[in-house]
Write a protein that binds this ligand. Structure first.
Ligand code: ZN
Length: 110
């Protein structure tokens, strides 16, 4: 949690988000993370984050901060263009695929 908070502060600076972001780690059924643009509450799924590495966690935080920055919960061209300023599209895809693999494999072995 401390590590995530520190990472969030660093990324907020990098992306240029001044708004208060409150990080909450909670169990969730179907999502990795959720964000309320109105309240600035960023929820991370506890069941998922413990299975992911630092690069993936960093990506999740960056992704959610970009939503805040562009003030849009969708993944339209404005969101994608902004995200690409910080992370190449290919790298984004690579990280997303790696996360999905980890989470699916985890389900399969249990
Ligand atoms: Zn998103």
């Amino acid at each position: 949690m401390e590590k995530l908070k520190k990472l969030l502060i660093e990324l907020k600076k990098e992306v240029g988000v001044d708004k208060d972001v409150k990080l909450k780690i909670v169990p969730m059924k179907e999502k990795i993370a959720s964000l309320s643009i109105d309240t600035g509450i960023l929820r991370l799924n506890r069941n998922v984050i413990e299975k992911l590495g630092e690069e993936e966690l960093k990506y999740i935080l960056l992704h959610e901060l970009i939503h805040l920055k562009v003030n849009d919960v969708n993944h339209g061209s404005l969101f994608m263009e902004e995200l690409e300023k910080y992370l190449e599209f290919e790298k984004t895809r690579e990280i997303e695929i790696e996360m999905i693999k980890k989470l699916i494999l985890e389900k399969r072995v249990r």
